[in-house]
Design a protein. Structure first.
Length: 362
């Protein structure tokens, strides 16, 4: 379930616990969604066993007053997990705009029985979740909130977007379908009127956002899974999926094998301790950067197009380091877009011949 919808359901439960209840109009106003969305959320709560009723006397929705969620029902393990995770999420360095998670953790801790508080506090003292690199998206709180409201309320927005791929800033009407936090930052995925297709936009590159009073419906067949296909990360490329095979040196083989990198991966250890890693991806650019991160401890076996892509990167790096100066502009004719690889040094040529001979023996 999306975090935004989960937050809305929790807020809805809080509103319905008020003995005076809430009218449909009040719920629409306080949750800032459509009537249709409120009905859908109420049905979901009922299906989950939450006793939501419509009180005919007060003409309002409310919850059975006998319902309560006593924090004393938490075990030490459950309370610890909730508090540690909420504190990590609300640290400001994990997922931006989830600072309220930390205050929620503190409230939960304060409501626990004293005995359980002491147990959780002691265990929390020795457990630490290290911060991972993230994009804090400073100053974009209003943009994020407007996008979340537009996405849940099915409202279009007009954005001014700085595109790195297109090397320009453009304006487009966006129909936001989903919001996605992935690998350090927030993204919004939706149909762009300018491109006439579904696109992915980095929230941090939205320079201006104007909410529009224009409703839309997300296509029934749309899903994040279908849109992302088998992208290595989150940018699927046009065309058929490609089968990739990479051989990892024994020094890093175990490190690669013990991580679930992609839903289609298959691994096989070879007799020399190296690892054969196979995966099916929708595009090669994203996975090329991952492979380059392993340096000379990874070799692309197939497809040839990916081998050439990696070789081009390596050739460009060799040229830059052979210049002996940092920050030097790329040598003309050696850029990725030129398609002309930089000349290899004698040592690299010899290494290349040795690799080819080794593959023939295999």
């Amino acid at each position: 379930m999306k975090a935004s919808r989960l937050e809305r359901l929790v807020n809805l439960i809080r509103l319905l616990q008020d003995p005076s209840g809430r009218s449909l109009a009040a719920l629409v106003l306080e949750c800032q969604v459509t009537r249709r969305t409120i009905f859908r959320d109420l049905d979901m709560l009922r299906q989950a066993g939450v006793p939501v009723i419509f009180d005919e006397e007060i003409r309002a929705y409310r919850m059975d007053r006998s319902l309560y969620l006593p924090p004393t029902n938490f075990t030490a393990d459950e309370a610890l997990a909730m508090i540690v995770l909420c504190e990590a999420l609300g640290s400001g360095t994990q997922i931006p705009f989830y600072g309220s998670a930390r205050s929620a953790a503190m409230k939960l801790l304060s409501l626990l029985p004293e005995r359980l508080q002491l147990i959780v506090a002691e265990r929390k003292r020795v457990i630490h979740i290290a911060d991972t690199p993230g994009n804090p998206l400073h100053g974009l709180e209003e943009t994020y909130t407007a996008l979340e409201q537009a996405t849940t309320g099915h409202k279009a927005v007009r954005i001014e977007y700085e595109s790195l791929a297109e090397e320009s800033t453009f304006s487009t009407k966006l129909f936001p379908y989903r919001m996605l936090y992935s690998r350090r930052s927030w993204y919004v995925i939706g149909r762009s009127s300018l491109h006439r297709e579904v696109r992915t936009f980095h929230v941090g590159r939205i320079r201006q956002l104007v909410p529009l009073d224009e409703s839309f419906e997300v296509p029934r067949r749309f899903s994040l899974r279908r849109y992302l296909r088998n992208a290595w990360h989150m940018i699927p490329e046009p065309g058929l999926d490609r089968e990739v095979c990479v051989r990892f040196h024994p020094l890093v083989a175990q490190n690669v094998a013990e991580v679930f990198w992609h839903k289609t991966q298959r691994t096989r250890f070879l007799s020399d301790g190296s690892l054969e890693y196979r995966v099916t991806v929708s595009g090669l650019r994203e996975i090329s950067w991952w492979i380059l991160g392993y340096g000379d401890k990874a070799e692309v076996i197939e497809p040839s197009e990916l081998r050439e892509m990696i070789a081009q990167h390596v050739a460009n790096m060799v040229h830059k380091y052979q210049l002996g100066t940092s920050g030097t502009a790329e040598i003309p004719g050696t850029s990725e877009t030129s398609g002309v690889p930089a000349p290899l040094s004698p040592a690299m040529k010899k290494h290349s011949r040795t690799r080819k001979q080794s593959r023939r023996k295999d």
